[in-house]
Design a protein around this ligand. Structure first.
Ligand SMILES: Cc1cc2nc3c(=O)[nH]c(=O)nc-3n(C[C@H](O)[C@H](O)[C@H](O)COP(=O)(O)OP(=O)(O)OC[C@H]3O[C@@H](n4cnc5c(N)ncnc54)[C@H](O)[C@@H]3O)c2cc1C
Length: 411
């Protein structure tokens, strides 16, 4: 691996590891503050508590899941590409971890395992996770007419992201974690081998370790270099569910049938952070759905229906669409150490990046954050307990990679 993506051991990055037998809140147990109670922060809380950290979750809001994770309907499905790819492997691992967590959380997760049909199946083959079905079979599964072959993911489905977050929070609180709402982090400084966390209109707090999982707040260049994250607004439109759609259907758009509401989505507007509902987005979603399905399923024409519900959120994505996971480098040092990368010097002459002690990030989850979060959190906990999974994935998820890409391209 190129030196700038070498990942040192957790202890070299200032992380104190729980020793076996330590559990819950007692003096010997290392503590971690997690900033953000969306799916990223709560996944990190769930994973780190399992390995023995005492976890405190802070959120600027008065409750969990008010940002991108407030979505009432998120698809849970493996990501597949026609040819094997790094992204496909990454998201298949992620899907497997999420499915384990959903089993563990049981009904509290709100998971509806109704399966998912993915249209545009040309060039794909059946395997353990997906089955190619012809138009007739696809129509039987969907409950409405589909005029093309499709990929059928039997174990896929959907869930309320907000309810999943509430389930994760309830679980970690039951096991001793603390949730501190109404705490907006405004600054972090290092003193006496601890992080001082400064909050808006609240007293400071001190922690050995901090994980930043605060979604769009990380667009602020105080935390990460410019352009590391990219905001992308998305709108879901809910219609009264008068259709017979019996499964999740996805193509360029998607439809998720809840009992009362047919959720249709989602728009994806890069660079846009506006959270106001847009009529033009409702039209876009409605037309996208109509394009996906052939007309005879519209006995009760949705085209004339007024939306009954909306959800608008802003997710953060990255240039390469992989998330950011792992210890946070000292970006100022990294910029000066790697600044001449564009001269094409031999990579082996560069040192491994220096990390900020006891500080990590989990962000940039993009449009597949529900599926990716548990896996990203488990990569972090595996690294903290001496495993190699984060090291193996580091070239894709390193928080440093965008800066490296930019330095390499610099004229
Ligand atoms: C319209 C839409 C549809 C989507 N559909 C799917 C889907 O079908 N499947 C899928 O897998 N994914 C989907 N996603 C993506 C997924 O929802 C996101 O990737 C995920 O919710 C991001 O979670 P997060 O925890 O990183 O951010 P957030 O949920 O935004 O959480 C960040 C938290 O940090 C808090 N915070 C912010 N600043 C501070 C601060 N200074 N101090 C303390 N706390 C702070 C916020 O209050 C918030 O609670 C969708 C997203 C959108 C917007």
């Amino acid at each position: 691996m190129t030196p700038w993506f070498n990942l040192p051991d957790a202890s070299e990055c200032g992380w104190r590891l729980p020793t076996s037998g330590e559990q819950g809140k007692s003096s010997g147990v290392p503590s971690v503050a997690i900033i953000g109670a969306g799916i990223a922060g709560l996944s990190a809380a769930f994973a780190l508590q399992r390995i023995g950290y005492h976890v405190t979750v802070f959120d600027a809001s008065d409750r969990c899941a008010t940002g991108a994770s407030a979505s009432p309907a998120g698809i849970v499905k493996p990501y597949v590409t026609r040819q094997p790819s790094d992204a496909m492997r990454f998201y298949q691992n992620a899907y497997a971890v999420l499915m384990d967590w959903l089993v563990e959380l049981g009904d509290a997760s709100s998971y509806s395992e109704m399966g998912a049909l993915q249209l545009k199946a040309e060039g794909y083959a059946s395997n353990d996770v997906q089955q190619i079905v012809n138009a007739e079979r696809a129509s039987d599964i969907a409950g409405v007419s589909i005029d093309e072959s499709a990929m059928w993911f039997r174990q896929a489905g959907w869930l309320s992201v907000q309810v999943l977050c509430e389930a994760l929070l309830a679980d970690v609180q039951r096991h001793g974690a603390t949730f501190t709402p109404d705490h907006a982090l405004i600054d972090l400084s290092r003193a006496d081998e601890q992080w001082q966390l400064s909050f808006q209109q609240q007293p400071s707090a001190y922690f050995e370790h901090v994980i930043l999982a605060s979604g769009t707040d990380l667009l602020n260049e105080q935390w990460l270099p410019a352009r590391t994250l990219i905001p992308a607004r998305g709108q879901l439109t809910g219609f009264k569910n008068s259709t017979a759609i019996a499964t999740v259907i996805s193509g360029r758009h998607y439809a998720i049938p809840d009992e009362e509401t047919l959720w249709v989505g989602a728009t994806f507007d890069r660079g846009d952070r506006d959270t106001a509902v847009r009529v033009s987005d409702d039209d876009h979603n409605r037309n996208g759905l109509m394009d996906m399905l052939i007309e005879d399923c519209w006995h009760d024409p949705l085209i004339d229906e007024t939306p009954t519900a909306h959800y608008v959120g802003v997710r953060c994505t990255t240039v390469d669409r992989f998330p950011l996971v792992g210890p946070l480098p000292d970006f100022h040092k990294a910029r000066s150490v790697y600044q001449d990368l564009h001269h094409g010097r031999n990579p082996s002459q560069y040192p491994t990046p220096k990390m900020q002690p006891g500080l990590a990030v989990l962000a940039g989850l993009g449009a597949r954050g529900v599926v990716a979060s548990p896996y990203c959190a488990s990569l972090l906990s595996d690294w903290l307990t001496g495993g190699h999974q984060l090291r193996d994935a580091n070239r894709w998820v390193s928080p440093l990679r965008n800066l490296i890409r930019e330095l390499k391209r610099q004229a």
